[in-house]
Design a binder for this molecule. Structure first.
Ligand code: OSB
Ligand code: MG
Length: 371
């Protein structure tokens, strides 16, 4: 049965992070994004969240390019094409090159709407079966090693199952040595966000002594060749993040031996459907995957939780609880982490109610498209 959308609304929100989040590419202090609300002829409401930042330092997309793409290209494509399943949206969007976060935001709203129509949780609609998922935490670059050690300690007390530490040249070997000295058994990984090149090979080889679970995206955002060379010389598994933007990217990276792990982010790969295909390909090839994060508010976080219920998400993701990021989130109940686990909601769709009062307090602008 075709899904008949009557209206799409783009709610522009701005939320302040509890603490600034520093990476090798810059510092994020607040998050501006769109909540996409898709409404069908039966008055079902589906919600998606755009994940790009205001600056193009992580990938090329921004909050403004997301709006431009959705408004001028992607919503018109939804309007012109018939579909009966969210799995068809990826193909409908194919004429538009890249702009994966804009595509994923709209597709996500349609997935939620579809699951609500079927009266099943989103996790089940995509084929997931876990009842709980493991929560990991991503810790930004701090001013001192002591501050980092304290943050790690607090995160472990809160129950998080693995600690990811952001690194960059000058904040890496010495720091990880100290971290290992204090936390000899903890599951620890490092994320470089493309801060190195192959010229740093000898430097990066020093990381092998710390028994890290993996090193995430050490080299360029668009590279898989040099990562393959680096992986052949490193004992530590390489995990790709920025470099994997599609199923094709994943296939090539696996063929070349560029990584042993892939971080799947729904926004980076253009939606849940492509994320599932990457998950399946990795499973066939014994490549472990985990769900990455983009400092999402509640709606995006709910989509990540649903995705992480698929069977090959065998490692804890960057899916922390709402209170790690926000004084107040935009869903009810908020995402809670208990003993390092998050319960997968059982209600239809994303499984959380929207806190409309909170949403309006963060909203500066709403754009409506009648279809
Ligand atoms: O590289 O995974 C990343 C945040 C912003 C941009 C890129 C990344 C991250 C994180 C945070 O590591 C993950 C999260 O807690 O949402
Ligand atoms: Mg990363």
């Amino acid at each position: 049965m075709t899904i008949q959308l009557e209206r799409i609304q783009l709610h522009n929100l701005k939320m302040q992070l509890k603490k600034p989040f520093k990476t090798s590419f810059g510092t994020l202090e607040n998050k501006e994004f769109y909540i996409i609300e898709a409404i069908d002829s039966y008055n079902n409401h589906g919600y998606g969240e755009s994940v790009a930042f205001t600056s193009p330092w992580y990938t090329e997309e921004t909050v403004k390019t997301n709006l431009h793409m959705m408004k001028d290209f992607l919503i018109p494509l939804i309007h012109e094409n018939q579909f009966s399943h969210p799995g068809e949206i990826h193909k409908i969007f194919l004429p538009v090159k890249r702009n994966n976060m804009a595509k994923a935001a709209l597709e996500g709203a349609i997935w939620d709407l579809y699951a609500k129509k079927k009266n099943i949780p989103l996790s089940r609609a995509i084929g997931g079966s876990k009842k709980k998922i493991e929560a990991g935490i991503s810790i930004g670059i701090k001013s001192t090693i002591n501050e980092l050690l304290h943050t790690i300690n607090n995160s472990l007390e809160e129950g998080y199952k693995r600690i990811k530490i952001k690194i960059k040249p000058g904040w890496d070997v010495e720091l990880l040595r100290e971290v290992r000295r204090h936390f000899p058994e903890t599951a620890i990984m490092a994320d470089a966000n493309s801060a190195y090149t192959l010229k740093d090979l000898e430097h990066l080889r020093q990381l092998d002594e710390f028994n890290l679970m993996m090193i995430e995206q050490p080299l360029a955002h668009n590279d898989i060749i040099d990562h393959a060379k680096l992986q052949s010389k490193l004992a530590t598994p390489i995990c790709l993040d920025e470099s994997i933007t599609s199923l094709e990217d994943a296939r090539k990276a696996i063929e070349l031996g560029s990584c042993k792990v892939i971080n799947i982010k729904i926004g980076r790969v253009g939606g849940i459907s492509e994320a599932i295909r990457i998950h399946d390909l990795c499973k066939e090839n014994n490549i472990a995957v985990w769900c990455g994060g983009m400092l999402e508010a509640g709606v995006g976080r709910a989509h990540n939780i649903a995705l992480a219920t698929l069977s090959n998400f065998v490692l804890p993701g960057d899916i922390a609880g709402s209170s790690h990021y926000w004084e107040q989130d935009i869903i009810q109940p908020e995402v809670a982490v208990k003993d390092g686990m998050i319960n997968v909601p059982e209600k239809p769709g994303i499984g959380y109610d929207l806190d409309h009062e909170a949403i309006s307090s963060f909203t500066s602008d709403v754009t409506t498209f009648d279809l």
